[in-house]
Design a protein around this ligand. Structure first.
Ligand code: GDP
Length: 471
């Protein structure tokens, strides 16, 4: 390691202690003082500044440790390997003979939700070594089918011929999981209707790649899902041109923070309403931190939304920020037209640009927000620290249990639950106040958990290793 790296590492250690000295001293003093509210606000501001400094230093660590080029190269290599494996799977030497999986794109939901449906099918196909056949005639975003907007997911194999098609799982047959697995052609149901879920479904990642991915990326599950999106989401020339033309009209420049505000039909049904202010707190925090190491001439925000009034509202409330966004895209997305071909170009522009931003503020309850983050994960080595979700932690709809593992014991003396090192805790969510909620799987106790005493529990599944594809 370089001298700079060692010095920075020591500085972080020392400044973490400094933070404590400050908090301890100030709060001890304030206990005795009048005018507490004002004093506490000053202390909070100071702590915020010190926190940003610590995080900023820690972000510099990987730039100084001497491995940055290695990480870049490794991320590109592993991504390339996954893409080549998918290409191999999707283009079998003998299509007629190949085992297949049929997936229907007629899920009655939005584009983000449908993309995740294809991702689930593709992971199923990869896990069972089947070529994925996507049926998309009558698709709500293009009546003629997926291939009229995006490149087909296979160049050579797009039909199951007249082979017998077996539904998986056979919902009337409780032994279906084993019985139907061997069929030559399977057709998949929606992930939401499977009761016994295969272990290879998200958030699991392939065991043979896990130890490579974890060395450059902090959230391998979403990286893996992002790789599926990278394979399927290749706009055809006409669509790509429409996207490029819209983007060219915008003054998209870095640094820039992406904000996704999902409202209309989502609010009150699947998510709560969040005021623009709640998003901007995190945008401000991002820029305040960035300004510790470099001047920021313009605080730019790319705003994507399905609420036609948000852009104007944001511009009037935050005049010192520059908001990029296309009011006509938002307008289309704000009406019933959001699920029609008319909306698709605008949505792809939004997704593409959100994923290119330096930082993303959104609600992970929205599949649009999650897709943007997954795409971000394929755009750079590691985007796992480049977002803030106002509500849910990252998840994949219909996923298997998401656990955290205790890395320190907790005695549960306050309002929290107790656990021992190694306990698995099924996670309901993070409250973004230092605590999350979950169930200790050993004791069945449900309650609050100090988040910092737990770590994400990554599930490794022995997917096929595609030895035919060179490493
Ligand atoms: P979810 O409902 O937010 O979980 O995501 P879905 O993708 O399933 O459905 C929401 C639909 O609303 C999208 O497919 C879009 O058509 C539209 N939409 C939501 N947010 C945006 C946005 O920021 N920009 C655009 N252009 N459309 C959006």
């Amino acid at each position: 390691p370089t001298e700079d790296y060692e010095n920075l590492r020591r500085r972080i250690y020392s400044n973490t202690k400094e933070l404590w000295y400050y908090v301890h001293h100030e709060l001890t003093k304030v206990i005795q003082e009048d005018n507490k509210a004002e004093k506490i606000q000053t202390i909070l501001d100071q702590i915020g500044e010190r926190k940003r400094s610590l995080l900023s230093d820690q972000q510099s660590l990987p730039e100084l440790d001497g491995y940055n080029e290695w990480r870049q190269a490794e991320a590109a290599n592993v991504s390339d390997l996954v893409q080549r494996r998918l290409h191999y799977l999707q283009n079998p030497p003998d299509c007629k003979d190949a085992r297949k999986l049929i997936c229907n794109l007629n899920k009655g939901c939005g584009f983000g939700c449908q993309l995740h449906h294809i991702v689930y099918c593709l992971i199923f196909a990869y896990a069972t070594e089947r070529t994925l056949i996507l049926n998309s005639k009558g698709w709500r975003y293009n009546n003629k089918g997926w291939e009229y907007v995006f490149m087909p997911i296979s160049d050579t194999c797009t039909s199951a011929y007249d082979d017998k098609v077996v539904m998986w799982p056979d919902l009337d047959n409780k032994y279906s999981v084993e019985v139907t697995y061997d069929a030559k052609v399977l057709a998949l149901t929606f992930i939401d209707s499977i009761s016994q879920k295969p272990k290879f479904l998200p958030l699991a990642i392939p065991k043979d790649l896990a130890h490579r991915i974890t060395r450059f990326n902090g959230d391998p599950s979403s990286w893996w899902i992002g790789q599926m999106l990278k394979y399927i989401l290749k706009p055809r020339q006409a669509m790509q041109k429409a996207i490029n033309d819209t983007i060219a009209k915008m003054n998209f420049k870095k640094p820039i923070v992406g904000v996704h505000i999902r409202r209309t039909d989502k609010v009150g049904t699947e998510a709560a309403f969040h005021h623009i202010h709640e998003y901007m707190v995190h945008v401000k925090d991002y820029y305040d931190q960035l300004e510790l190491t470099r001047p920021v001439a313009v605080r730019r925000v790319y705003l994507a939304t399905d609420d036609a009034n948000v852009l104007e509202d944001a511009r009037s409330k935050y005049p010192s920020y520059e908001f990029l966004g296309d009011a006509s895209i938002a307008k289309t997305a704000a009406t019933h037209r959001r699920y029609t071909p008319l909306s698709l170009t605008g949505l792809l522009v939004d997704l593409h640009l959100l994923a290119m931003c330096d930082y993303l503020v959104c609600t992970f309850s929205s599949q649009v927000g999650r897709v943007a983050y997954e795409m971000m994960q394929t755009n750079r080595v590691d985007a796992s620290d480049s977002f803030f979700s106002l509500d849910d932690i990252y998840y994949f709809g219909g996923q298997n249990a998401h656990d955290r593992v205790a890395v320190m014991p907790n005695d549960g003396a306050y309002q929290d639950i107790s656990f021992q090192v190694g306990d698995l805790i099924g996670i309901a969510g993070n409250h973004w106040n230092g605590y999350g909620r979950g169930t200790n799987k050993r004791t069945n106790m449900n309650g609050l958990i100090p988040w910092y005493k737990t770590a994400d529990h990554l599930v490794l599944y022995p997917f096929p290793e595609y030895k035919q594809v060179p490493l």
